[in-house]
Design a protein around this ligand. Structure first.
Ligand SMILES: Cc1cc2nc3c(=O)[nH]c(=O)nc-3n(C[C@H](O)[C@H](O)[C@H](O)COP(=O)(O)OP(=O)(O)OC[C@H]3O[C@@H](n4cnc5c(N)ncnc54)[C@H](O)[C@@H]3O)c2cc1C
Ligand code: SF4
Length: 512
């Protein structure tokens, strides 16, 4: 900690976003390029090195946050990058995409309105709790390391002669592949899509993370010896039995993209699609595969059913496609702006009103005339859809609900809707009849594929990492699981391991 009073003298300042009018005309990241470097040393210096870093525990990767905050404050970027990469294979992904549970656990996030502060510290009673911008510091370290050329392939010094197949190339598969390759095993990653990356490639919009960051890491992995077999669906193009015969171990990192549907009258009308049918097509346009998405929102009244992040990604995408209007429905009531200690006490991750970049854009452009806030209608439950004579959806009928989801009488109304996007979450990995999971005869839990605490399944040598076991989660958990599963595989292959295992399969986010 270069300045022990930094948190008292320097206000929290986040990465500046580009003006709304400018950024909705392109698919680039929403942040001002280079906007972090001038402010980030001062922000890192706000870390008070509290001695009991809950931020570190709140991060599934166990990132060494106070250590690299101090190194950045002192301008030792190289050492900061080494400490960061010691626990995180892909910090430029998490620095852009993570919801930062670490910041909710920062001692500076203790809400002064809810706590009695010791005498003399009343001056620290800023209007809002103001944690260190940990995620921004992480991103600045990662981006600077790439700029300085210090991120290079680190191939193993010797090979073990053991082989591993990783199925799925999302963050869990990539992290497992990198860890196992560095441990000296020969790793092939099988991916059914035409390009590697999982949801980082086809799902999470480019305005949240430009694909060049992913491509750069893939080059690093290839340089270390990882081989990618794209456009290859295991269970169809290669059987599970073949894979087990050809490799000493198999890691399934196939994600959890079996979506939830909305069973209401009119669901069969044309123009009603799943978010994950819509978003990957927009990615295809960004990557030059298509001139226009077959599900383009241009000129349409769009309603997104589902108040989560996937819905917000649809919102940002529809705004960029120049929709006539876009409204996002959330069945929950509008959350409070501040943490409710009795429900989500510090240091857990609280449910509070958050304004994502997409919500900020939609709010500023007034895309949703009926919305309660930005583009969102809260406590709204979809009753049915109605359409035109051609069988195309034209209206979504909704009703307001109370906390128990009981309809409030007299609140029924209709929104114009030419394109409806269902973003109601996912119920685990896809289970194609006769497909990979069935071929291996793997069991299931309420979230995903059954596994033990060390990521192993009932089938010897077959491990499960990421959303495939945990259920739809976060990039940071996927990387942490990929690292831990790699440690288990290494131990299974060689009898011991020096690879780190930041999480166990059944660990859950910090909660009360
Ligand atoms: C729209 C959307 C936005 C999101 N935004 C964020 C965000 O901003 N921040 C965040 O932290 N998290 C976000 N998430 C969650 C995050 O993307 C996931 O938790 C994470 O990608 C999971 O990683 P994974 O490697 O387990 O699986 P995935 O990324 O889903 O990758 C699984 C891969 O396996 C492949 N595969 C599946 N079956 C087979 C097979 N039989 N053979 C070969 N390949 C196969 C798939 O094609 C896919 O490429 C978002 C999720 C969605 C849906
Ligand atoms: S990965 Fe997420 S939780 Fe961990 S330090 Fe980075 S932003 Fe925080």
């Amino acid at each position: 900690m270069a300045d022990p009073k930094g948190f008292l003298t320097t206000p929290r300042q986040e990465a500046p976003r580009r003006p709304v009018e400018e950024r909705v005309r392109d698919w680039d990241e929403v942040y001002v390029p280079g906007g972090l470097l001038p402010i980030i040393s001062g922000q890192a210096d706000r870390c008070m090195d509290c001695g009991v870093p809950f931020c570190h525990d709140a991060c599934p990767l166990g990132n060494l946050i106070p250590e690299w905050n101090d190194l950045v404050a002192r301008g030792d970027w190289r050492a900061a990058s080494e400490r960061l990469h010691a626990t995180n294979n892909f910090p430029e992904f998490t620095g852009r995409l993570c919801p930062a549970p670490c910041e909710a656990g920062c001692v500076l996030a203790i809400d002064p309105a809810n706590r009695a502060l010791p005498p003399g510290l009343e001056t620290a009673r800023a209007a809002d709790p103001a944690p260190v911008t940990i995620k921004n510091v992480e991103l600045a370290i990662a981006d600077r390391a790439w700029q300085d050329g210090s991120v290079t392939p680190r191939p193993p010094e010797r090979l073990t002669g053991r082989t591993v197949a990783v199925v799925g190339s999302g963050p869990a598969g990539l992290a497992a592949a990198q860890q196992l390759t560095r441990a000296g095993h020969t790793v092939a990653v099988y991916e059914r899509d035409d390009r590697p990356g999982g949801l980082l490639r086809y799902g999470i919009p480019a305005f949240k993370m430009e694909r060049r960051h992913l491509d750069r890491r893939l080059e690093q992995l290839t340089g270390e010896g990882v081989r990618f077999r794209t456009s290859t669906e295991v269970g169809q193009d290669v059987s599970a039995a073949d894979l087990r015969a050809r490799y000493d171990a198999v890691v399934l990192a196939i994600g959890a993209t079996a979506w939830r549907d909305l069973d209401v009258p009119g669901r069969e009308l044309a123009g009603i699609h799943q978010a994950m049918e819509y978003l990957p097509l927009a990615d295809r346009v960004c990557q030059g595969d298509l001139a226009v998405s077959p599900l383009d929102a241009s000129g349409k009244h769009v309603v997104i059913v589902g108040g989560g992040d996937t819905g917000a990604d649809c919102l940002g995408t529809a705004v960029r496609q120049r929709a006539a209007s876009v409204t996002q429905l959330d069945i929950y009531a509008m959350p409070d702006e501040r943490r409710r200690e009795e429900v989500d006490p510090w240091p857990t991750y609280p449910k509070v009103y958050r304004l994502s970049a997409a919500h900020e854009e939609a709010g500023a452009l007034g895309t949703a005339p009926a919305a309660d806030a930005d583009a969102r209608l809260f406590a709204a439950s979809t009753l049915r859809f109605t359409g035109d004579a051609e069988g195309h959806v034209r209206q979504l009928h909704l009703v307001e609900v109370d906390d128990a989801r009981r309809p409030r009488p007299g609140t029924e109304r209709a929104l114009p809707a030419d394109l409806v996007l269902i973003a109601l979450g996912f119920h685990g990995p896809e289970r194609t009849p006769g497909g990979l999971v069935e071929q291996l005869g793997l069991g299931a839990t309420a979230r995903g594929i059954a596994r033990d605490a060390a990521f192993g399944t009932d089938v010897p040598g077959v491990f499960v990492a990421g959303d495939a076991g945990r259920g739809q989660s976060l990039v940071v958990w996927a990387i942490a699981e990929g690292r831990s599963a790699a440690a288990s595989v290494d131990r299974w292959l060689t009898g011991s391991t020096r690879l780190p295992a930041p999480v166990r399969a059944h660990d859950r986010p910090m909660s009360v």
